[in-house]
Design a protein around this ligand. Structure first.
Ligand SMILES: [Zn+2]
Ligand SMILES: [Zn+2]
Length: 110
């Protein structure tokens, strides 16, 4: 760290580093925001915009979408399974279809 000097004052030692562009800055130049250090307002704004977007949308959207598609898949599979079972049951009991009765026996429904 001894070789690091401020990007604006080459005669001053850098006391902080911008977390966005990693440039060293002295105590007079450093911009502090939410516990982080920046070389200037532009980097601070870039960082807070990036963070606001990252925190606000991406993980939530991703998990919501993932959960939504899994839920839809489960509902679809259960829905079609029930529908098929009802059709087979109706076919066996009401229409007396031989293959439906055999299918019910196969599943274990009397
Ligand atoms: Zn910077
Ligand atoms: Zn400086």
């Amino acid at each position: 760290m001894a070789s690091s000097v401020c990007i604006n004052h080459t005669n001053r030692p850098a006391t902080a580093r911008c977390i966005t562009c990693h440039k060293p800055v002295c105590e007079d130049c450093v911009v502090r925001h939410e516990g982080s250090t920046f070389c200037g307002g532009a980097c601070r704004d870039n960082y807070s915009h990036f963070h606001a977007r990252y925190k606000g949308e991406r993980p939530q959207g991703f998990f919501a979408r993932l959960f939504g598609s899994v839920k839809n898949l489960v509902i679809t599979v259960i829905g079609f399974g029930l529908l098929g079972l009802i059709l087979v049951y109706a076919g066996a009991k009401i229409l007396n279809l031989g293959f439906c009765q055999q299918l019910l026996k196969l599943i274990g429904i009397p």
